[in-house]
Design a protein around this ligand. Structure first.
Ligand SMILES: [Zn+2]
Length: 392
């Protein structure tokens, strides 16, 4: 009995103590400290729990792409790059490098073959350029190079093979449109950047009347609907984005030809996402054919041609955006932006010197008088058929 009473008193004291504690906890001003103490233990508890897996319902990744047109290396340009101990073209494009180096992908068309000095350099109409031209573009971050155009065959198979040996030393650069063998031709030209898989092709609609040696058609991708269909269908389901470089159109025409529109429409029907056009030496309007971006002509990037029209080229940039939701991926082209570049040179004792490519926004009246007027003229022309492209 005495033991039962002792236990009851003990239980009673515990209950009173507990009630007293709760009362203090509720009303005392320092209750906040208690609360913090409780929260601390709660936090520890939460941390010890296994985190609940969050289903990744939507992911997005992007790759930036920059594009410029033809590198047309006339004798005046390579003479100006002659250092007395080889050639250095890097200063000529250093203003553009400030922009191009920051892109994941950067495209240009190597219009004149890089056959190297050992073959003897040459200018219009049968060009051959030094390897150092490529060095300058690689240094500026260019890593997508079109080798298919009307000057690819200018100095024959030897120059083409030299060019492939040169580009072969730059595994970070993807070339397209010309190959050194059937084996090379049959390799699918697929790359990956930031988790975005892309295929890159290049074709020319013109060869200046030169023919590809019989049985060696791999040396130059001459455009045909059949070849494009075969190439593109082989990769369309294996990549996120298909990029096609097209050397087409009419020289010095600011208008899109019916042939250009026909080819671009066909490429769009094959599921090509971006058509990068060049050859006319001047810029042409951009169009969207359904979801396909068609840049008909980027114009010249660097050359010794004459006249503002031919010394002005386009630079274009965009983001390739891959959105994956519930295992299904789609690609959209975003942040499209067009601008202009101008190849400056001056003439000393009848010789053109100091070639340098400037983005128009860096031009002064000294470099190109009335450059604002030219900017508006060519930008209005480029953007007349699109509303989703920003001005640089
Ligand atoms: Zn051309």
């Amino acid at each position: 009995m005495e033991r039962f009473l002792k236990n009851s008193i003990f239980l009673f004291i515990i209950i009173i103590a507990l009630l007293l504690f709760l009362l203090i906890y509720r009303i005392f001003p320092f209750s906040v400290y208690w609360q913090q103490l409780f929260e601390y233990f709660e936090e520890v508890e939460v941390q010890e729990q296994e985190p609940a897996p969050i289903p990744p319902s939507k992911t997005q990744t992007r790759a930036s792409l920059f594009m410029v047109g033809d590198a047309l290396i006339h004798s005046a340009v390579y003479a100006d790059a002659d250092t007395g101990n080889g050639y250095d073209f890097r200063p000529m494009i250093e203003e553009v490098k400030k922009i191009s180096k920051d892109y994941d992908l950067a495209f240009y068309n190597q219009e004149t073959i890089l056959g190297g000095s050992e073959l003897g350099l040459s200018s219009y109409p049968r060009f051959n350029s030094p390897y150092e031209v490529g060095d300058a573009f690689v240094d500026a971050g260019f890593n997508l190079v079109s080798l298919a155009n009307n000057h690819t065959l200018d100095r024959g198979e030897t120059a083409i093979l030299n060019s492939h040996r040169y580009w072969g030393k730059h595994p970070d650069v993807k070339t397209a449109g010309s190959f050194s063998s059937w084996d090379d031709f049959n390799q699918p030209n697929i790359g990956e950047v930031n988790g975005i898989r892309y295929a890159f092709f290049a074709y020319t609609d013109w060869t200046n009347g030169l023919t590809v040696p019989s049985g060696k058609e791999y040396l130059l991708n001459r455009y045909s609907n059949e070849l494009a269909k075969q190439d593109i269908e082989a990769v369309r389901d294996r990549v996120d984005v298909v990029i096609v470089s097209m050397h087409f159109g009419d020289e010095y025409s600011l208008n899109v030809s019916s042939r250009q529109r026909e080819i671009a429409t066909y490429l769009a029907s094959l599921g090509v996402d971006i058509v990068i056009g060049h050859h006319p030496h001047v810029v042409e309007p951009i169009e969207m054919i359904d979801d396909t971006l068609v840049i008909y002509s980027l114009g010249n990037f660097i050359s010794a041609q004459r006249g503002v029209e031919k010394l002005t080229g386009m630079m274009f940039s965009l983001d390739i955006v891959k959105t994956t939701e519930d295992g299904v991926s789609k690609v959209t082209l975003e942040n499209m932006k067009a601008g202009l570049v101008y190849t400056y040179s001056d003439t000393i004792n009848g010789i053109r010197r100091n070639f340098k490519v400037y983005p128009y926004q860096n031009l002064t009246e000294e470099l190109l008088p009335n450059h604002e007027m030219y900017y508006n003229k060519y930008m209005d022309l480029i953007l007349q058929n699109v509303s989703n492209v920003e001005r640089w």
